[in-house]
Design a protein around this ligand. Structure first.
Ligand SMILES: Nc1ncnc2c1ncn2[C@@H]1O[C@H](COP(=O)(O)OP(=O)(O)OP(=O)(O)O)[C@@H](O)[C@H]1O
Length: 278
C-alpha cells in the first residue's frame, strides 16, 4: 500500500467546510468530517441528501468549496497518478464500455502502476485475477460488460476499485444491486481487506442495518448538511431517522450489540372505518 505522503497522525480522509454547487444549487454545505486510517465511515441520508456528491468531491472529481485532505495532503495537489494510488472510487452507476471484457475492465484498476508506454506486469495480472476470483467473477473474465446482470456489473465496478489497491476506498452504494449472499460477500471482503491492509473505507449505504453492522462511524446527511455524526449507536437513533427519513422505524440491538433498523408499518385503518370512508 502506498502511503508515503502521509502526514503522521493525519486522518486518512478529512473534509473541512466542504460545499458543492451543482446546476446553480448548493447541494452540499459546510460538511466537516474525518476518517482515521483503518476506519470504516458510512455516509447515510435520504435520497438527494448529497451522499454521492460527497464521495465525488472527496475523490476530487467535481469542483467544490472548502478542503478535502487525503493523508493530510490537499487532494487537488496530488497528481492524478498519485491520487489514483491513494484513493479508489467505485461509483454507483458508471457508464461501462459494453464491448470491453470483465478482465480488461478490472485491469484498468492497475493503470496507476503501469508506466506510460509499458504494459501490465505479471503482478498486475495476478492482482486482477485474484480480485475477480474473490468476487466470484473468475468465470466471467472473458464476458463483455454489456452481457452482465446488474449485480454482476456492480461487482465488476467494485473489482476495478479493489484492483487499484489504494489505501482509501470510496464506495458509492456498493450493495444495492446485490442479492443477500453477494451483499455479505462484498462487505465481508471489504472488511477483511480493511483489517489486513488498514484500508480506510468511506461508503454510502442505504441499508441502515448494514451501515450499523460494518461501519465504525456514521455521518447522517440531510439536505446537503451533516446533521449527525458518531458511532452507529448514536446516529441510528429512532428520533433522528424519523425526522430525516420521514420513516417509522424501530431500532434494536443485534446479536453483536450493534443497532438493527426495522421499518414499522403505520397502523392499518380498521376494516369498518375503511368501509365507512369508502
Ligand atoms: N448535475 C447536477 N445538477 C444539479 N443538481 C444535481 C446534479 N447532480 C445532482 N444534483 C442534485 O444534487 C442533490 C444531491 O445528489 P446526490 O446524488 O449526491 O444525492 P444522494 O444523497 O446520493 O441521493 P440518492 O440516495 O438518491 O442516491 C440532489 O438533489 C440531486 O438532484
Amino acid at each position: 500500500m502506498s502511503g508515503d505522503t502521509a502526514r503522521p497522525g493525519a486522518p486518512a480522509v478529512e473534509t473541512r467546510g466542504l460545499g458543492v454547487t451543482l446546476g446553480g444549487r448548493q447541494v452540499l454545505a459546510d460538511v466537516t468530517l474525518s476518517a482515521a486510517p483503518g476506519q470504516w465511515l458510512a455516509v447515510i441520508g435520504p435520497n438527494g441528501a448529497g451522499k454521492s456528491t460527497l464521495l465525488r468531491a472527496v475523490a476530487g472529481l467535481i469542483p467544490r468549496q472548502g478542503e478535502v485532505l487525503v493523508n493530510g495532503a490537499a487532494v487537488e495537489g496530488l497528481r492524478p497518478r498519485r491520487r489514483a494510488r491513494l484513493v479508489a472510487y467505485a461509483p454507483q452507476t458508471p457508464a461501462l464500455p459494453p464491448d470491453m471484457t470483465v478482465y480488461d475492465y478490472a485491469l484498468l484498476g492497475r493503470t496507476p502502476y503501469i508506466s506510460y508506454l509499458g504494459s501490465e506486469s505479471a503482478r498486475d495480472r495476478e492482482v486482477t485475477r485474484s480480485v475477480l476470483d474473490r468476487l466470484d467473477l473468475d468465470g466471467f473474465a472473458a464476458r463483455p460488460l454489456g452481457h452482465l446482470s446488474g449485480g454482476e456489473r456492480q461487482r465488476v465496478v467494485l473489482a476495478r476499485a479493489l484492483v487499484q489497491q489504494a489505501p482509501v476506498l470510496l464506495l458509492d452504494e456498493p450493495t444495492t444491486a446485490l442479492d443477500l449472499g453477494h451483499q455479505q460477500q462484498v462487505l465481508e471482503l471489504v472488511d477483511r481487506l480493511r483489517l489486513a491492509d488498514r484500508l480506510t473505507v468511506v461508503t454510502t449505504l442505504h441499508d441502515l442495518s448494514l451501515a450499523g453492522q460494518y461501519a465504525d462511524a456514521l455521518v447522517l446527511l440531510a439536505e446537503g448538511r451533516a446533521v449527525a455524526a458518531g458511532p452507529p449507536g448514536r446516529v441510528l437513533a429512532e428520533p433522528l431517522l424519523t425526522e430525516h427519513f420521514g420513516a417509522r422505524v424501530r431500532v434494536e440491538p443485534g446479536a453483536d450489540g450493534r443497532p438493527l433498523v426495522h421499518l414499522v408499518r403505520p397502523p392499518l385503518p380498521s376494516p369498518i372505518s375503511a368501509v365507512e370512508e369508502g
